[in-house]
Design a protein around this ligand. Structure first.
Ligand code: PLP
Length: 395
């Protein structure tokens, strides 16, 4: 026999992947330019030229046994030191190489962290809408995912609901700002309120509650809005960072975990992170990518293109009549479905070759997600289809 749990996970592909696969089929039928595929979160902006220059130089100048060799399991010492110094300089919090564990992107950062901290019976809270893989990651680590819905009008945190959801079994809370799928940024005031609430719950229950910040979109911000850095507000903070979106390197699989030195018994938590990475078989993050990002810590892909796409799409959709939650960051937009059932709305949009993702898989009903990390010309071409879809509902 094989694992029925894994068989089920492997057979049941995500809704987003299904839509993407449908898009490939449809493109072959009617031509790629006639399909408006907004399904995936694959960065459309190229990595900064500096990234490739640094990679080429590293390939030319680094001895092969270093370039292609293993680094130590938590990552190369110089790379981790450089990241820690960068965190100190950017956010004014204490950090050293002893707090940094290099990973294969945010997905690995999250799975390693969760497996390091949870035990049977623990609960992990996520705010809906949320990245659907959280359920897989949390349940696979052996904990229960507790979903707390954000307020429907602005998709911001609902503190009454959060307070009710925290129990003596709560081991961690995951926050993701800027958010996938909504693009919403949690204001600093709300972060302070959340941290205050968690601190009081820690005292009430006499135990630690970790606040995990999943932040692959930290640099993708279009307003002056400050993206609060959790370790500035909360001691038991763990940051799961990734270069997938900031540097447009999702296929290179590189990121890190920062266990804030203020975490209770942070040395043990870090050791558990090392143990978890080992048990999950990560060995070490890709060496060439570790060396590369260490030289690009203050660089980002050209985020202004996403901002241009956001403005174009937001203005056009609201003009047509759609209700849109204005995103301040990331490259996703949440649009209210024109009928109660977002799946039915998605099916009807498909008739106009608009591929948008129903919100149910993100833990909330009644919306669709549009990933606007696409060529601007695709958005321009898609607008008549969005208009026709809207008009179809007015008949
Ligand atoms: N967390 C969120 C919110 C995401 O949107 C993604 C990817 O889209 C990930 C984690 C995983 O990112 P990575 O490619 O760095 O593993």
């Amino acid at each position: 026999m094989i694992s029925s749990k894994m068989l089920e996970l492997g057979k049941k592909s995500s809704v987003i992947r299904e839509i993407f696969e449908y898009g490939l089929k449809r493109k072959a039928e009617i031509g790629a330019e006639n399909v408006y595929d907004f399904s995936l979160g694959n960065p459309s902006v190229p990595a900064p030229a500096k990234v490739t220059e640094v990679m080429k130089k590293l390939i030319d100048e680094t001895p092969a046994e270093v370039l292609h060799g293993y680094t130590s399991a938590p990552g190369d010492v110089k790379v981790r030191t450089a990241i820690a110094e960068n965190i100190k300089a950017k956010f004014g919090v204490d950090a050293s190489l002893a707090n940094i564990y290099m990973t294969c992107g945010a997905a690995a950062s999250l799975t390693i962290t969760l497996n390091a901290i949870v035990e049977e019976g623990d609960e992990v809270i996520a705010f809906a809408p949320f990245f659907p893989e959280y359920r897989v990651f949390v349940e696979q680590a052996g904990a229960k995912l507790v979903v707390v819905s954000n307020k429907t009008e602005d998709l911001q945190l609902d503190f009454d609901a959060i307070e009710k959801a925290i129990t003596p079994n709560t081991k961690a809370v995951i926050i993701n700002s800027p958010n996938n799928p909504s693009g919403v940024i949690v204001p600093e005031e709300d972060i302070k309120k959340l941290c205050q609430l968690l601190k009081s719950k820690q005292s009430e229950y006499g135990k630690e509650i970790f606040l995990i910040s999943d932040e692959p979109y930290r640099e993708l911000v279009f307003t002056g809005e400050k993206v609060a850095y959790i370790p500035c507000y909360y001691d038991n903070a763990i940051v799961c960072y990734s270069y997938s979106k900031a540097l447009s390197l999702p296929g290179e699989r590189i990121g890190y975990i920062f266990v804030a030195p203020t975490v209770k018994d942070s040395g043990d938590v870090f050791a558990a992170i090392c143990g978890s990475g080992r048990a999950l078989g990560y060995v070490c993050a890709p060496s060439l990518m570790q060396y590369t990002i260490a030289q690009c810590l203050n660089d980002t892909a050209d985020v202004s293109i996403y901002e241009k796409n956001r403005n174009l799409l937001y203005d056009a959709l609201t003009e047509i009549g759609y209700t849109v939650i204005k995103p301040d960051g990331a490259f996703y937009m949440f649009v209210k479905s024109l009928e109660e059932d977002a799946n039915a709305f998605y099916e009807r949009a498909k008739k106009f070759d608009l591929l948008i993702v129903p919100s149910d898989s993100f833990g909330v009903p009644g919306f669709v997600r549009i990933s606007y990390c696409v060529d601007t010309s695709l958005i321009e071409r898609s607008l008549p289809a969005f208009k026709s879809l809207y008009e179809d509902y007015q008949k």
